[in-house]
Design a protein around this ligand. Structure first.
Ligand code: ADP
Ligand code: MG
Length: 227
């Protein structure tokens, strides 16, 4: 059973009089516990696709199933609940909350989750900080750590709700190469340990080689699949 299925998935934006076809008839399936990247130049549709999978936007036509749910049918409220339960996000510019510590940033997504005793919350946050190598920095603020460290914190934050799926839109774009590899390695390690599926976008040919399955987008079309 696949975790994400797209059938003739299309997305068009209205841009004044013009219609921009950002995604055209995509067909693919992503299995649970996989490490997948979408590569393509700027404007090829990567962000649009991740936004659809992340239920932040809706397709114009076609079918998009995420964990057996047809997500194009969700309204704003059910989409938010679905996201909160099933999906973690990692962003290009890290998006940590500057007034919260590293520990508090990782715990932040749990604010919306009930029924987890505080001892378990604490344990989960500390275990993730340990797994991404940031336990010693837990009381620091985002402006006291490096870009690579911020992205490690963001990886831990994306995993704190135990999501099935983590979406990362160009997570290494603001990192140098060595740091980018380290962040990808941590994502891969977490995938192996937790069975979480990671889908990330990049236009960096070197980083993309780290994925198990590589999809290429060109002008909104799926131009290739490499394993
Ligand atoms: P990528 O992330 O690969 O750079 P995007 O998904 O951001 O690509 O964009 C794909 C295409 O859709 C581009 O032509 C872009 O200009 C267009 N596009 C993206 N978002 C919008 C929007 N909100 N309104 C109109 N056009 C958009
Ligand atoms: Mg983009």
């Amino acid at each position: 059973m696949s975790l994400v299925t797209a059938n003739n998935l299309s997305k068009a934006y209205a841009k004044g009089e013009l219609k921009v076809e950002a995604l055209k008839d995509l067909n693919f399936e992503i299995e649970p516990a996989s490490f997948v990247s979408f590569i393509g130049p700027s404007g090829s549709g990567k962000t649009t696709l991740l936004n659809l999978i992340g239920c932040l936007d809706k397709p114009t036509s076609g079918i998009l199933m995420v964990d057996d749910t047809d997500v194009s049918g969700l309204n704003t409220r059910t989409a938010a609940a679905f996201r909160g339960k099933k999906i973690g996000f990692i962003f290009q510019d890290f998006n940590l909350v500057p007034v919260l510590t590293v520990y508090e940033n990782v715990g932040y997504p749990l604010v919306l989750v009930q029924n987890i005793p505080s001892s378990e919350r604490k344990q989960r946050i500390l275990a993730l900080l340990d797994a991404v190598g940031m336990a010693e920095q837990k009381d620091k603020y985002p402006d006291q750590i490096s870009g690579g460290q911020k992205q490690r914190v963001a990886v831990a934050r994306a995993l704190v709700t135990n999501p099935k799926l983590v979406l990362a839109d160009e997570p290494t774009a603001n990192l140098d190469h060595k740091t980018a590899y380290m962040v990808i390695d941590i994502m891969k390690k977490m995938k192996n340990e937790l069975g979480t599926t990671f889908i990330f976008s990049t236009h960096d040919q070197k980083i993309v080689g780290e994925a198990e399955i590589i999809y290429t987008l060109e002008d909104g079309e799926l131009a290739g699949r490499e394993v």
